[in-house]
Write a protein that binds this ligand. Structure first.
Ligand code: MG
Length: 348
């Protein structure tokens, strides 16, 4: 008999197969504007963006954030990634009997602070309690609706002044030959901070989670114009994101390895633990693809935002290769395969 394993929820190729074979085959086929089977950051139904996200992060409080901040940021960022802005959120709480109410309050206070930062409210929800042992402390579902950003149409007009562009939204399938890939900042912080605080490795004093709502940063970038796709590198990290883009856009992606922003402390932690910083989840980063003519302008705008100070151009799309290839300055090349799953479980 087959059973669900941790890797079925770890954001890599094992999860993708699980979703395709056991969910899309049954629940797909809606025919809406951006449907379930596209597996993009969110769906679009009659012009409204719709997103749902469960949060099972362990521990609830970690260096740089907590369950409350991650639950709001995750949904806001997925709505932003399509070229949207959030209208309203719904919060579902599932709580294990015995959770200190002071911890519950702290998480909800953090949700409120993150909502204020993102400029959105929780307007409906549900609260359930499960008997002791039936659940690990506390889980939150945050769902949300969003509308088209008021800057998305002008952004697409800018793209069209340089090349053909047929999509109404910033989808994973939009990337074409010559497009430039930007990271909004350091990769790997969240996963390392989480793992370190959980297992007591001691890196958490130098590495904090990046968890943050990115809708304002995205709005500034859209205002500049020239963006073709956006995605947040959560479970499975940058490696999974780039492979999804290459696969859905049917294009090769070349990444300049030395240009990927990774902190020395994160590199050291990953070396010690034998994991790849490109495969671990981030919760406050956006990977942005632009037409090459606008890449430098978009980069400069992102760098002006507090969550984009360390942004960098990290690569480009090309028809000359297949899949995702990392290149070093000395001319070394290696394929970056899609990870089977995030090496750090329960990070979001
Ligand atoms: Mg996403």
């Amino acid at each position: 008999m087959d059973y669900v394993t941790i890797s079925h929820g770890a954001g890599g190729s094992v999860m993708q197969e699980f979703i395709k074979n056991h969910i899309l085959s049954k629940l797909g086929g809606s025919g809406v504007e951006v449907p379930l089977e596209v597996l993009d950051d969110a769906a679009v139904v009659e012009g409204i963006i719709l997103k749902s996200d469960n949060h099972t992060v362990k521990p609830i409080f970690f260096p740089g954030g907590d369950l409350g901040r991650i639950s709001i940021s995750g949904t806001v960022n997925d709505i932003a990634a399509l070229g949207g802005e959030p209208i309203a959120l719904a919060a579902g709480f599932i709580i294990e009997e015995g959770l200190p109410i002071s911890q519950f309050d702290k998480v909800v206070d953090s949700m409120k602070a993150t909502c204020d930062e993102a400029g959105v409210h929780v307007v409906t929800g549900d609260t359930k309690v499960i008997e002791r042992g039936g659940l690990d402390k506390f889980m939150i579902n945050v769902s949300g609706i969003g509308r088209r950003s008021k800057f998305l149409d002008s952004n697409i007009e800018t793209v069209r002044s340089f090349r053909e562009f047929n999509s109404k939204w910033l989808l994973d399938s939009n990337i074409r030959d010559g497009d430039v890939i930007i990271s909004s900042g350091y990769i790997g912080d969240h996963g390392v901070a989480l793992l370190s605080s959980r297992e007591g490795y001691g890196f958490e004093s130098s590495v904090k989670s990046d968890v943050a709502p990115l809708n304002k940063l995205v709005e500034n970038a859209l205002k500049e114009g020239g963006i073709v796709a956006m995605k947040d590198p959560t479970r499975g990290g940058l490696a999974n994101l780039l492979n999804e883009w290459a696969d859905k856009s049917k294009i090769g992606i070349k990444i300049y390895e030395e240009k990927i922003p990774v902190r020395e402390s994160v590199k050291a932690a990953c070396n010690m633990l034998g994991i790849d910083p490109l495969e671990i989840g981030n919760e406050g980063k956006m990977i942005i693809a632009t037409v090459k003519e606008k890449a430098e302008d978009v980069l400069q705008v992102i760098k002006k935002h507090k969550y984009g100070r360390d942004a960098a151009i990290i690569g480009e799309a090309t028809i000359k290769i297949q899949g995702v290839v990392l290149e070093t300055e000395l001319g070394g090349r290696r394929i970056l395969p899609p990870p089977l799953g995030d090496p750090v479980p329960r990070i979001c």
